[in-house]
Design a protein around this ligand. Structure first.
Ligand code: T5A
Length: 202
């Protein structure tokens, strides 16, 4: 079972991913919790380059770097975990590239789709965590961490990213589960857990 979480900045993906992993582990499941860009030594090195806003990078170059990191992550960490029967929970995956680089930065959708075919791994379930830009901004301000390449983008960029996620989810209703990310973390995790149970029972 390969589960991914998607959504805008500050929607609560990392918090929800950790909560879901803890809930599944408490039920006796082996869970690998990981994130993108990153997850392996090589992919984390690429992440540092991608998020560093001091280093200008063309949007297609960013796209290819996200996929280079993903190729290593899938080969070295995700596939082996799936092969031994673990549940893999990944904070962002290729839908983020579609939303951020295509819808947000204008890279051709066909180019991102071509790179997706090279990954040869599709999530079984993708949770789209939905939160208004205002609420997400408040959460990020409360956390007060530094600003990276994408967090520094303007509001119009985030509006395009949100529209991108909505379109991607609408195109694949069998894979996507949309979750209201505005309640408290425990309630968000409970909604995800309930949705997984419902899918398993179908
Ligand atoms: N990117 C990534 C691309 O452009 N293309 C790609 O292909 C990929 C894979 C990654 C950046 O790279 C971009 C997208 C990103 O901009 P990142 O730092 O990993 O950078 O960014 P995010 O994934 O957006 O992570 P964030 O930490 O910013 O957001 P999360 O994970 O959605 O939010 P989280 O859980 O860290 O929570 C944020 C704050 O809100 C609180 C938390 O305690 C925290 O303080 N919070 C809640 N508060 C109230 N109620 C809840 N339910 C809450 N849940 C969390």
């Amino acid at each position: 079972m390969f589960i991914t979480l998607e959504g805008g900045e500050g929607a609560g993906k990392s918090t929800a991913a950790a909560g879901l992993a803890a809930a599944l582990r408490a039920e006796g499941q082996e869970v690998l919790l990981t994130r993108e860009p990153g997850g392996t030594k090589g992919a984390e090195a690429i992440r540092a380059l991608l998020l560093n806003q001091e280093i200008p990078l063309d949007a297609l170059a960013q796209t290819m770097l996200h996929f280079a990191a993903r190729a290593d992550h899938v080969a070295e960490l995700i596939r082996p975990a799936l092969a031994r029967g673990a549940i893999v929970i990944c904070d962002r995956f290729y839908d983020s590239t579609m939303a951020y680089q295509s819808y947000g930065q204008g890279v051709a959708l066909a180019d991102v789709r071509a790179l997706i075919t090279l990954v040869r791994l599709k999530p079984n379930i993708t949770f789209l965590l939905k939160l208004s830009e205002d609420k997400a901004k408040k959460r990020l301000a409360a956390r007060a961490s530094g600003t990276d390449r994408y967090e520094a983008m303007d509001s119009a960029f985030f509006t395009r990213v949100q529209a991108g996620f909505a379109a991607i989810a609408q195109a694949e209703p069998a894979r996507f589960i949309q979750i209201d990310a505005s309640p408290a973390p425990q309630a968000v995790v409970a909604a995800m857990r309930a949705a997984l149970r419902e899918r398993a029972g179908r």
